[in-house]
Design a protein around this ligand. Structure first.
Ligand code: SAH
Ligand code: SF4
Ligand code: F3S
Length: 444
């Protein structure tokens, strides 16, 4: 019972959770990861329920794994993540060949649950919300990479009318400030140069300090910036409501904070923002951006958009398109609204716009954003970019790749000793999301 296969759907939070699961199991030394479910005897599925067909997708996947279990009854199947937290026992009722259901906040208990199932051969479920206990488990050392995600806050209290996340991830719980700093320092000692702070609403962060005080998000960033080896700081996702002046001013104080911000707005119409219960207006959003641009005139902004929210008119959609142009959003995520069971929006009347029309709106929106993103990339032509080199290109082994500050993948001819370092690259070709260039120099 040693070979583990983990399949992950959903956001960076889920990816992060899966990496914690695999590290907790690998730390026990008796497990190892395999790349194909056919080779495994422990199958773990980390699910997402943000948009439609989440349940169908889950049962479809479980059906495939059931076949493997029919051939080998010793296989253990564990289902976790947001669908598991939301649906709980219902999943077992429809698929009684699974062994474990774990929640978004109980990933750290999975190793023990696996041991118990091995011994007792009985179905186990734990979808409770012991978030602080989960944070303590995060302190286990992780594999050294070049850039690392760090969870700083779990959950969400915003309850936007369309969104399932507060129900699947629980309320906002911040991780202790010193635990975060300790983890970053140990990562920095292992060679990590870039850290990416994670949470559904990172700017709601209020973590306890060792001296009984509270550390805000902006204070946390300042503290992290004092760690010399960390040269770049990113974060996802922030929310306009708590994007305070204090946070805006950190962009003045901390050059390590990248010139790129992902700040979801969802719609350019105040009427729709109200129905979505986002808690801010289009003007509030523009004010944040304008203040940021005064400090960082070249800052690139990306966002999330939902089209076809119940009651969205042609005019509402038009306002979203106007805002996209005005802010000149860079590459962004956009989706057709999907009713999520149990959310307030799911019972709003949604008959005024056909699916075809929603698809058309999404198409127009994505086309516009792609064009703007390409324009942002084209501006990089002939410039010198700082690239944090991540590895050898899969398509061409003579090339290395890394990320620019504005989230473009940069390819260039280089040598393997450059991996993990910052280098200067002169851009010679531009594509929508990537660039190609020539190595110019190392950066000290
Ligand atoms: N906390 C972040 C985003 C979390 S979910 C924020 O508030 O911005 C990521 C994105 O999924 C959302 O920004 C939204 O654009 C999209 N999304 C969430 N629920 C959705 C739904 N019911 N239908 C379609 N898209 C949805
Ligand atoms: Fe969902 Fe809104 Fe929370 Fe984002 S802020 S996770 S969209 S409820
Ligand atoms: Fe999906 Fe849960 Fe993330 S619903 S988007 S995996 S928080």
């Amino acid at each position: 019972m040693k070979k583990i296969y983990i399949k992950t759907w959903g956001c960076q939070m889920n990816e992060y959770d899966s990496s914690i699961i695999s590290n907790l199991l690998l730390n026990q030394k008796k497990y190892f990861l395999v790349n194909k479910p056919e080779d495994a005897n422990i199958l773990i599925l980390n699910t997402c329920s943000i948009r439609e067909k989440a349940k169908e997708k889950l049962f479809h996947q479980l059906g495939r794994w059931k076949k493997l279990k029919e051939k080998n009854s010793k296989i253990i199947i564990a289902v976790g993540g947001c669908v598991a937290t939301q649906e709980g026992e219902e999943i077992y009722k429809r698929a009684n060949y699974i062994d474990i259901i774990f929640g978004t906040q109980t990933i750290h208990r999975l190793p023990n649950m696996i041991e118990k199932v091995k011994k007792e051969k009985k179905f186990l479920i734990d979808i409770s919300f012991p978030t602080k206990e989960k944070f303590d488990a995060l302190l286990k050392p992780r594999h050294s990479k070049i850039s690392s995600y760090i969870s700083i806050i779990e959950g969400c209290n915003k309850f936007c009318s369309f969104c399932i996340v507060p129900y699947t991830r629980g309320i906002e719980v911040s991780r202790k400030c010193d635990d975060i700093l300790f983890e970053i320092i140990s990562l920095a000692n292992k060679g990590i140069k870039e850290i990416h702070l994670l949470g559904q609403n990172v700017n709601a962060y209020r973590g306890k300090t060792a001296y009984g005080g509270i550390c805000s998000f902006s204070e946390l960033i300042e503290l992290i910036s004092e760690i010399d080896e960390i040269k770049r700081i990113r974060f996802t996702t922030s929310h306009p409501v708590e994007f305070t002046d204090e946070i805006i001013n950190v962009y003045k104080k901390v050059p390590k904070l990248v010139n790129f911000l992902h700040l979801p707005i969802q719609s350019g119409s105040n009427r729709i923002l109200n129905l979505m219960k986002r808690g801010h207006s289009v003007l509030d959003y523009k004010q944040i951006i304008n203040k940021l641009l005064l400090i960082r005139p070249n800052m690139q902004i990306s966002s999330d958009f939902i089209v076809g929210f119940p009651g969205e008119t042609e005019l509402d959609f038009h306002k979203t398109m106007e805002l996209i142009e005005e802010i000149n959003f860079d590459m962004s995520f956009s989706f057709i609204y999907s009713p999520r069971p149990g959310t307030p929006a799911s019972i709003m009347s949604d008959k005024n716009v056909s699916l075809q029309e929603k698809k058309n709106r999404l198409y127009l929106l994505q086309k516009k954003i792609r064009k703007q993103a390409f324009n942002w990339t084209k501006k990089m032509m002939n410039s010198i970019q700082l690239v944090l080199v991540e590895g050898v290109s899969k398509k061409n082994i003579t090339e290395l790749y890394g990320k620019t500050e504005n989230n473009r993948i940069a390819y260039f001819q280089g040598i393997s000793t450059m991996i993990g370092k910052f280098v200067k690259v002169k851009i010679t070709h531009t594509f929508i999301h990537s660039v190609r260039g020539i190595f110019v120099d190392y950066v000290n």
